[in-house]
Ligand binder design. Structure first.
Ligand code: 3PY
Ligand code: MG
Length: 248
């Protein structure tokens, strides 16, 4: 069971923020301020897989495993999914998933047989663990079964197909990309109070509650974070830029 399952069982969402810098020091610092997870964002930052691996290991070591590393891959390509998982991350976010068929393909790449076709080679993965005795065999037989595979619903098309996408066996949680979702609905900005948008969010929350899967979303500031908590989101990703802006 992925670490996000605990979020689903409580009223208080798990909180995380994004990491877009390749410096392990920023990962170490942020992993100790109380976030439940950090999202290493390879989609909107030119981070290499090597950097994502170093950041993943830095987060685990600096937080003693309390803070989990999720990696947002830049596309659905098998190489990104393989590298993001092989470095030992606790899960992957996959942008712009728009059909159950796409999701089935992603699960195949992310999960070992018999369910999927993930290729074997997690030599780096045990080093993401805080347990120094963790072996590749343990990773294969235990840890890899708890990995979070998280499609992002962030388009009108994804919204239309959300029920089928979220229901795919192997999807452990779901994440909403509000900015892209709004763009595809003809709306500007990362948040808003238009009925069509709020209805879409509640529809996605209802689907995930029905399926028993945690659902997360971006929130640019504290007020949005509170609104999305009230809407029933289980994990929230606070934008790092807004944290820095608030602090400045
Ligand atoms: C979205 O809101 O669409 C995002 O993916 C933000 O990076
Ligand atoms: Mg997006």
């Amino acid at each position: 069971m992925s670490f996000l399952a605990s979020a689903h069982a409580t009223e208080t969402p798990l909180l995380g923020t994004t990491l877009g810098f390749g410096t392990p020091f920023s990962a170490q610092l942020l992993s100790r301020v109380g976030y439940h997870y950090l999202m290493i964002d390879m989609e909107h930052n030119p981070l290499s897989s090597r950097e994502a691996g170093l950041l993943t290991h830095a987060i685990g070591a600096a937080s003693g495993g309390k803070c989990k590393a999720l990696i947002r891959v830049p596309s659905h390509g098998v190489e990104w999914i393989k590298w993001a998982l092989d470095c030992g991350s606790a899960g992957i976010l996959i942008p712009m998933v728009q059909s159950a068929h796409e999701m089935e393909q992603i699960v195949k790449m992310a999960v070992y047989p018999p369910r999927g076709q993930r290729s074997f080679g997690p030599a780096m993965a045990p080093f993401a663990s805080v347990d120094p005795s963790q072996t590749v065999a343990q990773y294969l037989n235990e840890t890899s079964k708890d990995i979070a595979v998280i499609p992002m619903i962030e388009s009108s098309q994804g919204l239309d197909k959300a029920e089928e996408i979220c229901a795919v066996d192997g999807v452990t949680a779901v994440f909403v990309g509000p900015a892209d979702l709004r763009l595809s609905m003809g709306l500007a900005g990362g948040d808003g109070s238009e009925k069509v948008y709020l209805d879409a969010l509640l529809q996605l929350v209802a689907i995930c509650k029905r399926l028993g899967k945690p659902i997360g979303i971006f929130a640019a500031d504290e007020e949005t974070c509170r609104k999305r908590t009230a809407d029933g989101f289980d994990f929230i990703l606070v934008s790092n830029a807004s944290v820095v802006r608030t602090a400045a």
